[in-house]
Design a protein. Structure first.
Length: 250
């Protein structure tokens, strides 16, 4: 197994983890071989638009379509991906000095994400998970990069000392002198390539802005949500979600 460097990106005060996985051709083959089951044509799934925009948006995430498309982690064909995900969740949390021996990881959903041509993905976040991930199966040239929006710019952020301090006013009335400052930049983006894995807080807003793609080749990735629970043998902690084996469905 090859060893790839892992990168900890920072957008104050959030940490985002990026690395490259092994067996990228095997994972790509599993992705393409199971396209009939989990894939879709985004143009066939228009989404309801409550904003009044006359241009419809389309589903580019399999979990929005339903059925098996949101649960590819249950398919053994994708074990080369998910077995490595566990390793890198440990590396990510260990890098934050979290005792991963006391935790267990549970994938709640995972799905194909398909961005056709130079389309975009609107700003969103995953409110039913603790961590989310994206694995890039195929990234065409001139691709669009994922953008993470800076939580420091929210009005309820402790970095915003008074209302409107970080608002983007015209430069002559803007209190911010340098919008590239790590702590108050609007968003963080970085290039991603075939085989890259990114892990980030599920509540962190993210998006892919419109981009030029001369080849009009679809971009394929696998996304998913993760819930962090206490390990099965940890039963004396006041914090943390108790392991699902101790739950009772009513």
């Amino acid at each position: 197994m090859q060893t790839f460097e892992s990168i900890f990106h920072g957008i104050s005060p959030i940490v985002i983890y990026q690395t490259k996985l092994d067996h990228i051709e095997i994972i790509k083959e599993a992705f393409l071989n199971n396209f009939d089951k989990y894939g879709f044509d985004p143009k066939l799934y228009p989404m309801v638009d409550y904003s009044g925009d006359p241009n419809p948006t389309f589903a580019n995430a399999g979990d929005l379509i339903g059925g098996l498309k949101g649960f590819i982690h249950q398919d053994e064909c994708f074990s080369p991906l998910f077995s490595q995900l566990k390793i890198h969740l440990d590396k990510f949390l260990n890098g934050l000095s979290i005792n991963t021996e006391k935790l267990s990881y549970h994938i709640t959903k995972s799905w194909y994400t398909i961005v056709d041509g130079g389309a975009n993905i609107n700003e969103h976040y995953h409110n039913a998970a603790d961590l989310s991930f994206v694995y890039y199966v195929r990234v065409p040239s001139e691709h669009g990069n994922i953008h993470f929006l800076n939580p420091s710019l929210r009005q309820n952020s402790l970095n915003c000392y008074f209302q409107g301090m970080l608002d983007d006013f015209p430069y002559e009335r803007n209190l911010v002198k340098n919008t590239d400052n790590l702590h108050i930049q609007k968003y963080l983006s970085f290039p991603s390539f075939d085989g890259d894995l990114i892990i980030f807080p599920a509540a962190l807003p993210h998006m892919v802005p419109p981009y030029e793609n001369p080849t009009h080749e679809d971009r394929y990735s696998i996304s998913g949500d993760i819930k962090l629970c206490l390990a099965k043998d940890v039963d004396n902690y006041a914090t943390g979600l108790v392991h699902p084996s101790r739950w009772k469905e009513l």
